[in-house]
Design a binder for this molecule. Structure first.
Ligand SMILES: O=C(O)c1ccccc1NCC(=O)[C@H](O)[C@H](O)COP(=O)(O)O
Length: 257
């Protein structure tokens, strides 16, 4: 599955290389980037990262009717501590432009995509994103991942490093990741099992911020995962399936609406 995403991304990377070779430069975003990691652990936070996700490989179209700002305003009103914005276009019907559309809400933004090349990091620096997803499995060569991780940090983006299993976690820790996201989705079957982050969070160490992602859909799961030590939970489908995603979040978290 990830190989399929990597191939789809290569076309985007080739275009970024062509533009760079033609002299195009990304102008860094000049506004404030609210701190992402700090927002997940601030006292009193809901600890919920609400995702704007229009479609997915597992569900097909989820919600094409609610615009980014409309959905994310609802998330902000319902107490989301940060927003995850799917920018991948082929499988998730996302767009990089969504980041600027929702930035006026003032919440920290995670760019959720398949990042494999430094020019994608540069392109992200030109947006208001505070954080960017790096998926350990996308990299055979750990040095390549370590270099992208370092580039994110020096560029002012907080890298969120996603792991699926213990080996990924070993590699994430080896490069010094401090924001670790455990994905509960099995990439072969696309099914989810929250037991994965419940197991892995036992390896959380001081100074690390842990996020549990995928397949979270009930208030009971939210309470159980938080009690197990996850700092934040990233939720997309269960919210976007609501006509009003913000109301979906309010129901799930008992937050304001
Ligand atoms: O959502 C998918 O079907 C999917 C398939 C293959 C790779 C990644 C996929 N999703 C990306 C995500 O990480 C999720 O959007 C995120 O964790 C939220 O999950 P959910 O709450 O289950 O929508």
């Amino acid at each position: 599955m990830l190989e399929k995403f990597r191939r789809a991304k290569q076309a985007e990377v080739d275009e970024l290389i062509r533009l760079r070779d033609a002299g195009h430069r990304h102008i860094p975003h000049e506004g404030v980037r609210p701190e992402f990691g700090a927002a997940l652990t601030r006292p009193g936070t809901s600890g919920i990262i609400a995702e704007y996700k229009r479609a997915s490989p597992s569900k097909g179209d989820i919600n094409l009717d609610v615009l980014p700002l409309q959905a994310c305003r609802g998330y902000a009103e319902a107490g989301a501590c940060a927003l995850s914005i799917l920018t991948e276009s082929n499988y998730f019907k996302g767009s990089l432009g969504f980041l600027s559309e929702v930035a006026p809400l003032g919440l920290p933004l995670l760019r959720k995509d398949f990042i494999i090349h430094p020019l994608q990091v540069e392109a992200t620096v030109a947006t208001p994103a505070s954080a960017i997803l790096l998926i350990v499995r996308m990299f055979e060569d750990l040095d390549e991942l370590a270099q992208l991780h370092a580039l994110c940090l020096t560029s002012g983006l907080e890298p969120v490093v996603e792991v699926f299993d213990e080996r990924d976690l070993d590699r994430a820790k080896e490069i010094g990741s401090t924001i670790i996201q455990v994905n509960n989705r099995d990439l072969d079957t696309l099914t989810t099992d929250i037991g994965r982050c419940l197991d892995m969070v036992r390896r959380k160490e001081d100074g690390e911020i842990w996020i549990g992602a995928s397949g979270i859909s009930t208030p009971e799961q939210v309470s159980r995962l938080k009690a197990a030590g996850l700092d934040a939970l990233l939720i997309g489908t269960a919210l976007m399936q609501h006509e009003s995603p913000g109301l979906g979040l309010a129901r799930l978290s008992g937050g304001r609406s």
